[in-house]
Design a protein around this ligand. Structure first.
Ligand SMILES: [Zn+2]
Length: 389
């Protein structure tokens, strides 16, 4: 079964809400119609002509990308206008384009987290916090016999993940409070009550199930609740909270299990990035050309900061956190000098290589949803590092 573009968008935005994106960014559905059904989906970092051609040959109806198209208003859609070329080709071939950019960078699916996990970083936290998630209290009143069904539906929608202040990741799942009481209602003419009869005051033993969830999960949670609940009009409360939610932001900083020399750590980073030794970080092995590192090979490294994409601007953050090594893409001359001055080694792992793990994370995340069982998802082979070897 195919899924709609809207469903794909909603699934991505559950992890990376569009509201998290920077103001200058351009995320979401940029070409296409939300109602279109998708059977083949191509994942890419960049929107190049080669990638569009790949999508055409593959028969993909949609490209899900990291980097957006159309940053400035287009003046025309003529052939020969280089800025219009990609949107034009997409439209000509009936291919939709969806971008998750700075919102994805701040999500659990960012490749900074994937790389941190592969390197085994401990006590990992966000390097540059950008905000906290808004929390909502959900309480639903359910007749005893349907409690388990409703509870499982809510768990399936992501409700009940414990939120520990200051922690990035959930440390608990399926967290609910339940209490019992009596619910009552009088079905009016025109209703079709699951319990009771029209015109009669009906009393039912009901359970109140309560939990806290981040607002980004709310739409799907309410839909799951309504679907699983036996009542025509389920009673539920949504209460905005002032409790502090999970932190979101750019990059990760954490500790290696043991101290190693910079040379040893750099060798290990390269192995992981190349996909060698089955690191599982990327869908396929990539060339390591263009990678460079700065710092004394013998210096000790324990605390590592990672920023996918253009990360040179995060040198001050990494210094402030006391990191020994910053792994990032696009670190320029002056930033490297600034880092070295403060005793921070730098591994410039390139913009492409630092972000391509994200595609595998997104693919794995989508495939974990039953609705994608029959959707073919391919990670672009035409998209790669643009620099010559
Ligand atoms: Zn990028």
């Amino acid at each position: 079964m195919a899924v709609s573009i809207s469903y794909i968008a909603e699934t991505v935005e559950r992890v990376a809400p569009k509201i998290w994106a920077e103001e200058w960014d351009n995320v979401g559905l940029l070409v296409g119609d939300g109602a279109t059904r998708i059977e083949r989906l191509l994942l890419t970092l960049d929107p190049t002509a080669e990638v569009v051609e790949e999508a055409v040959n593959y028969g993909a109806q949609m490209i899900l990308a990291h980097h957006p198209i159309i940053f400035r208003p287009l003046k025309n859609l003529r052939s020969g206008n280089s800025e219009a070329e990609i949107p034009l080709r997409l439209i000509q071939n009936g291919i939709a384009y969806y971008a998750a950019h700075t919102n994805l960078d701040q999500s659990d699916l960012s490749s900074s987290w994937a790389l941190a996990a592969r390197l085994g970083l401990q006590e990992a936290e966000i390097l540059a916090p950008m905000g906290e998630e808004t929390l909502v209290k959900l309480a639903v009143f359910v007749p005893e016999a349907a409690v388990e069904k409703v509870r499982l539906a809510l768990v399936g929608a992501g409700v009940g993940q414990g939120i520990t202040e200051g922690e990035h990741r959930a440390l608990y799942a399926e967290s609910f409070f339940r209490s019992s009481g009596e619910g009552m209602f009088r079905p009016l003419p025109g209703s079709a009550p699951a319990v009771g009869a029209i015109g009669e005051l009906t009393r039912v033993t009901e359970v109140k199930l309560e939990s806290i969830l981040p607002e980004r999960l709310l739409a799907r949670a309410v839909r799951a609740l309504k679907k699983a609940h036996p009542y025509e009009e389920p009673a539920y409360d949504l209460v905005p909270l002032r409790n502090r939610g999970r932190v979101r932001g750019y990059g990760v900083v954490g500790y290696l299990a043991q101290t190693h020399t910079l040379a040893e750590v750099w060798r290990h980073v390269q192995e992981v990035l190349s996909g060698a030794a089955g690191s599982g970080l990327t869908a396929r092995p990539y060339s390591l050309h263009g990678l460079r590192w700065a710092g004394n090979p013998a210096q000790k490294v324990r605390k590592i900061a990672i920023v996918n994409g253009s990360g040179g601007g995060f040198v001050p953050k990494a210094l402030a956190k006391g990191a020994d090594l910053l792994l990032a893409g696009d670190v320029d001359h002056h930033r490297v000098l600034e880092a070295l001055q403060g005793g921070l080694a730098v591994g410039d792992i390139g913009h492409f290589l630092s972000e391509v793990p994200m595609l595998k994370s997104v693919a794995d995340y989508l495939k974990a949803d039953q609705a994608f069982a029959e959707v073919e998802i391919m990670i672009s082979a035409a998209n790669g590092c643009p620099w010559n070897e």
